[in-house]
Design a protein around this ligand. Sequence first.
Ligand SMILES: C[S@@+](CC[C@H](N)C(=O)[O-])C[C@H]1O[C@@H](n2cnc3c(N)ncnc32)[C@H](O)[C@@H]1O
Length: 236
Amino acid sequence: MAKWKLLAKRALRSVGFPMHKLPLVRPPMLDYYELDSPLKDIYATISGRTVVDRERVMMLRQFARATLPLPGDVAEVGVYKGGTARLLAETLRGSGKSLLLFDTFSGMPQTSAGKDVHQAGDFGDTSLEQVTRFLGGCERVEFFPGLFPQTAQGLCERTFCMVHADVDIYSSTRACCEFFYPRLVGGGILVFDDYGYLSCPGVKSAADEFFAGKPETPVFLPTGQAFVVKHGSSRA
Ligand SMILES: C[S@@+](CC[C@H](N)C(=O)[O-])C[C@H]1O[C@@H](n2cnc3c(N)ncnc32)[C@H](O)[C@@H]1O
């Protein structure tokens, strides 16, 4: 510790200052975006088409990269204008994995009064055509427009190494858990965006309820996201 900091702390302690009230000053840290230079360009491309901030994008990128060696595809439920979908598609480029994208592409479905803050029709300023165009240069992207989980009928045999549940509301979060958890490979990751956001209380309720009886527990991140790593092992 720098000498001036030691002296300052000693002085504060000597006058009886409650040391636990000192603000935590973090030492300078590496910037992940400096370490992962392609992400800088990807973020520049998606930033106008996502409501997910820079720190959550950074986490999502790392979850996607970390699960690349596992078997199974990647899915996102909650695509909106395609921002994080494009991030995932760019991260999967060349991996042979498919990216399955689920959204109404016409706004939030019915929400639950008392459980959700969002209302039906929120995020309605998008369309399947716009998003298809935005992801036009990406490989192995499959679109499932309409209400999830109905749109997942016929996908029962698919397995997943990573799922991004960015749906903001209770019923859709619950549906993501019910559909994807049994299809997640061992070591696979289920990411909940907005888990800690007061604007999306249904996300935490649904995820916590679902995992209450399971061996895994959602891990709450300072970004507001949470993630679950499925127990068990997988061989690619
Ligand atoms: C916050 S937005 C997604 C943000 C996006 N990931 C981004 O990069 O900005 C939430 C989306 O979830 C979709 N959604 C929520 N529940 C759904 C459901 N049950 N079926 C289909 N789409 C759903 C809404 O239509 C909306 O586009």
